[in-house]
Design a protein around this ligand. Structure first.
Ligand SMILES: [Zn+2]
Length: 328
């Protein structure tokens, strides 16, 4: 289905261009974004609480088994397990119209979907995610999903972001971030060190906590978030991962050979000695490998700068579409 056909079919407003183009509108009370895929459409609707696997199954089954749509429609619904953040609060469903006439089928499935969603207890997100109040006047992308917002809230958020950026310049710039990042990296290293020391395990996900810790430490201390933050997070993650490895070996030696009394400084010397044994070399390679995995896992987070946050808000304002009171 082409983009134009999708817009004509849904009556939604087209936003963005090229690969990022999508339709946006209200689908019986649900703030919704729609994109085309092959001979079908994917609807992503914002909901007030996370949709459970059980609900998804019931919705899919009922849509497929209805007399009007039976055998004509492929329905795929994706379960979002991430309940921890607002971005997980959406319901997505894909309709594949196959050889059927999309217009006719669309007119049949939509009233059906409305009833099923209501009966299965799936309700739309109606509050503005910024002020948590109802009565939003626009549809915009906020927190990674299409949702109802107050335009004045979006504007306010953007002004605050601009203000924060200005403020950061006069309150130490990157300096605060470096202090926060240094502390955050140490805190983030604790799980990886624990796993190594107690279970002798390198766990990639635990190494990802190191760059995440650096990022949040930096953010918490109010440092400017820029490309420099990303570079710092990468380099410092490698340093911390190597230190975790070093610390682990040191603790093991201290426990196994108590009479050796090796100091941490001596350990560092031994670790980086050109003629360090096979074991140490392999261990340091593991540390490097796992810091790379950690950086990879946390990549989307550590590459987000203040400018990205601002640009996202600007795009949200630019692409917001007004909604009428009866749509809310
Ligand atoms: Zn609001």
């Amino acid at each position: 289905m082409t983009f134009e056909e999708m817009i004509a079919l849904t009556g939604f407003r087209g936003v963005g261009d090229g690969k990022k183009a999508s339709g946006r509108g209200m689908l019986f009370g649900f703030p919704t974004e729609v994109v085309t895929i092959g001979k079908g459409l994917i609807f992503v609707c914002s909901v007030d609480t996370l949709v459970t696997a059980k609900q998804y199954k019931a919705i899919r089954r009922r849509l497929k088994q209805d007399e009007r749509t039976k055998g004509k429609l492929t329905v795929t619904a994706t379960i979002h397990k991430d309940a921890s953040n607002t971005t997980g609060k959406f319901f997505s469903i894909m309709f594949n119209f196959g050889k059927e006439d999309p217009t006719q089928l669309y007119e049949q499935i939509m009233p059906l979907l409305e009833v099923i969603l209501r009966e299965e207890g799936v309700y739309p997100a109606v509050n503005c995610p910024i002020c948590e109040l109802t009565g939003g006047d626009s549809l915009a992308t906020y927190g990674g999903r299409t949702t109802i917002v107050h335009m004045r809230c979006l504007q306010k958020r953007k002004d605050e972001q601009l203000e924060t950026l200005e403020l950061k310049k006069y309150s130490g710039g990157h300096f605060r971030g470096i202090i926060g990042g240094l502390i955050g990296g140490v805190v983030g290293a604790i799980p990886a060190l624990f796993a190594l020391y107690f279970f002798e395990y390198y766990v990639g996900v635990l190494f990802a906590i190191i760059p995440v810790g650096i990022y949040y430490g930096w953010k918490l201390f109010g440092g400017i978030m820029s490309r420099f933050t990303t570079v710092f997070a990468i380099l410092y993650t490698i340093v911390v991962a190597v230190l975790v490895d070093l610390m682990h070996i040191w603790l093991v030696i201290r426990a196994e050979f108590p009479r050796w009394q090796i100091t941490f400084a001596e350990m560092i010397e031994l670790y980086f000695h050109p003629q360090a044994g096979e074991y140490l070399r392999r261990s340091s390679l593991m540390a490097l490998l796992f810091s790379a995995i950690g950086i990879f896992v946390a990549w989307r987070l550590i590459t987000r700068t203040d400018k990205h946050e601002l640009a996202d808000l600007e795009t949200a304002i630019e692409q917001a579409i007004p909604i009428s009171p009866e749509d809310r």
